[in-house]
Ligand binder design. Structure first.
Ligand code: UGA
Length: 436
């Protein structure tokens, strides 16, 4: 049976959840304090770049199952289930900032007019679901609400696909009533045989951090193997393929590059380190991952300097600004660190990105921005491919070589074929595919 759902927060997680839950047949109101975001959404336009999102948005508008509003009180009062999907950004000491989450919980407490399930989708420190339960319990009878931890595993750039086809659903809850409601809401996933892991709050919270930290570890591992490949002349892709053939290892998340970025891995690895420190069980493995990743981000520059390149008064084209392809997200992007390091070394930086330029223009007033990748590379001494956008796989290499001033092409994402690039006369560098 269709439920009335309120999703609070329309960032990546909240927006996709609102759209997905409406697609499952529920009546959904997505709520956010940001009026301009809500206005945009109500016109059927997405505030974020995410492939396919506007098709789903408009389809569910037309069916009358989805709407967006700034009225959080009305959203809560009308809901059987309230999903909390507000941001938990990182504070200076690496801990998540729970200000937005706490004020949502207070708002829910003030408007708990009937039994509601409060589902926490935001990534939150261990113990947060229990604290929310205890806070609500101070004001209300236990029969009036249930708190459920339901961490999200979607990836930016493929979030819609991930929402409808998750590897598993993690549901931390304490009562049969909440369990059966969650089961009902997510019944379409059960029909598709998506496994459900029912557990307690703390387990659900830890699963989210340890999944992200493990994936970050896996990426860092292959990056460091790639670094060894560069020194000994081996090919990291063959190494990764062979390792992945071992079912215990799996071939996924084994693509080398300029380190992990985005809004999740950097924040969640730091949070896990902090959680572990707080209970006096330091997770030194992840502390090392964080350090290694920070060096990896600008490794392309250190490597070029080692081979005698000087960036002072040079012109460098950086292709890609977003932290990965299919997104306009710049948070913790390795490309951004590369650009800023180049500028600090005295280089003039010319940029291209198919989606992220508008956002970055507001931040970097010194770099120049170009509509096409080739225009960005004109007159460059060095070209660095920093994001794996598909269009960079088809760069016209002959033309590129002719319009450049120099001949260094650094492909941090391995989107080009080394032999082909070298055949056009480039000094081609990659991540772990043989001696430069
Ligand atoms: C990540 C997780 O993959 C999601 O499951 C999780 O829900 C999300 O964080 C979150 O916690 O919200 P996301 O940050 O969107 O998703 O991006 P990923 O595709 O996981 O990539 C993260 C970083 O690792 C990127 O910088 C990417 O370029 C890098 N990466 C990933 C590699 O360098 N190599 C790989 O093989 C995979």
């Amino acid at each position: 049976m269709s439920k009335n759902i309120c999703v609070i927060g329309t960032g990546y997680v909240g927006l996709i959840a609102a759209i997905g839950l409406a697609e499952f047949g529920n009546q959904v109101t997505g709520v956010d304090l940001d009026q301009s975001k809500i206005d945009l959404l109500n016109k059927g336009r997405s505030p974020i770049y995410e492939p396919g999102i506007e098709t789903y948005l408009n389809r569910n508008f037309q069916s009358g199952r989805l709407k967006f509003s700034t009225n959080v009180v009305e959203g809560i009062l009308n809901a059987d289930i309230v999903f909390i999907a507000v941001g938990t950004p990182e504070t200076e000491n690496g801990e998540p900032d729970l200000t937005a989450l706490n004020s949502v919980v207070e708002e829910i407490s003030r408007n708990l007019n009937s039994y509601k399930v409060i589902v926490v989708k935001s990534t939150v420190p261990i113990g947060t679901n229990r604290t929310i339960h205890n806070l609500l319990r101070m004001q209300h009878s236990e029969t009036l609400f249930d708190v459920v931890s339901n961490p999200e595993f979607l990836r930016e750039g493929s979030s819609i696909q991930d929402f409808f086809h998750p590897d598993r659903m993690i549901v931390g809850c304490r009562t049969e009533k909440a369990k059966s409601l969650m089961f009902e809401v997510f019944r379409p996933l059960n029909v598709m045989s998506v496994p459900f892991v029912w557990c307690d709050w703390e387990t659900a919270e830890l699963i989210k951090y340890s999944a992200n930290a493990f994936l970050a570890l896996k990426v860092t591992y292959i990056n460091q193997i790639a670094n060894i490949c560069e020194a000994i002349g081996a090919d990291v892709h063959d190494v990764a393929r062979a390792l992945g053939m071992d079912g215990r290892i799996s071939p996924k998340f084994f693509h080398p590059g300029p380190g992990f970025g985005g809004s999740c891995f950097p924040k969640d690895t730091k949070a896990l380190v902090q959680i572990a420190k707080d209970i006096n069980e330091p997770i030194s493995l992840i502390e090392t991952v964080i350090k290694a990743n920070s060096v990896q981000k600008t490794r392309c520059i250190s490597r070029l300097i080692q081979t005698g390149v000087s960036f002072e008064n040079s012109t460098v084209a950086v292709l890609g600004i977003a932290f990965k392809q299919q997104t306009d997200d710049l948070r913790e992007s390795p490309a951004v660190e590369i650009i800023e390091k180049l500028q600090s070394l005295g280089a003039t930086v010319q940029l291209h990105d198919p989606q992220a330029m508008e956002g970055y223009k507001k931040v970097n007033k010194v770099a120049s921005f170009f509509e096409t990748s080739l225009e960005a590379c004109e007159g460059a001494d060095v070209v660095i491919i920093a994001t794996e956008w598909n269009e960079y796989r088809n760069l016209p290499l002959e033309k590129l070589k002719n319009i450049m001033n120099g001949d260094i092409l650094y492909d941090t994402r391995n989107v080009l074929e080394p032999e082909l690039a070298r055949s056009f006369g480039f000094k081609y560098f990659s991540s772990g595919r043989g001696l430069f």
